[in-house]
Design a binder for this molecule. Structure first.
Ligand code: PRP
Length: 207
């Protein structure tokens, strides 16, 4: 039995399509429901539907053998798991954004609103910049708009949310896309199932 953790929302749908191409059919996944544990048609695979930020945690503890989540989550959570594949979808960028016409260079302690607390801390530490982190759970673009923060660290996909709030990308931190991850022990103990699956997924995404 292999358990796969999927990030509820945008990334799960495409992951299910890829898995189907590898012969893992799951009618339950296509039926709208609030079930959090689902089985594929063969009964060999279990799916758990979790909050995106929790995928690395389930995989690290081994309650999920493999999982799909964004690179942003991997960087933020920094768990002891393997990143097996770049699935090459869900592409966006982790950025520092703010008002393009303001000069932030001389602010002593830059106020940064973000849900990516660890990424922001690491990034500005490397730049030897003093910061105060203001942790928000979403809609962080509000930060500069209402004077809560000087800048934000957030995901930029189309750039629409920034543009509509008069904000611009100031610096790019890292490119982001969906990743296939695995528990370290599972890859050894269940390698006979996981490795061929990874090979198939690789083939599907490179097609
Ligand atoms: C994400 C991100 C930005 C937006 C960027 O938010 O936090 O707000 O998408 O996308 P865009 O560049 O295409 O406009 P999400 O929709 O995940 O919701 P959140 O604000 O609650 O995090």
């Amino acid at each position: 039995m292999i358990t796969i953790a999927l990030a509820k929302g945008r990334l799960a749908e495409k992951a299910v399509e890829i898995l189907e191409e590898c012969g893992i059919m799951c009618d339950e996944l296509k039926t709208p429901s609030r079930k959090l544990i689902l089985k594929d048609n063969s009964g060999l695979y279990n799916f758990i539907m979790v909050k995106p930020a929790d995928v690395p945690t389930y995989v690290e503890y081994g309650v999920a053998d493999i999982g799909v989540c964004g690179k942003d989550t991997l960087l933020e959570e920094d768990k002891n798991i393997y990143e097996l594949l770049d699935l090459k979808y869900g592409a966006c960028r982790l950025c520092v954004a703010g008002y393009a016409d303001r000069d932030f260079r001389f602010i002593d302690t830059l106020r940064v609103a973000t849900k990516f607390v660890n990424i922001a801390r690491k990034y500005f530490h490397k730049k030897q910049r003093n910061i105060e982190i203001i942790k928000l759970s979403g809609s962080v673009e509000l930060g500069p708009a209402i004077g809560l923060s000087d800048v934000i660290v957030d995901i930029v996909e189309s750039g629409k949310t920034l543009a509509e709030n008069n904000l611009s990308v100031l610096e790019e931190i890292a490119p982001v896309s969906a990743r296939l991850v695995s528990n370290k022990v599972s890859l050894k103990t269940k390698g006979d199932i996981i490795r061929p699956l990874v090979a198939c997924i690789k083939e599907v995404i490179n097609r």
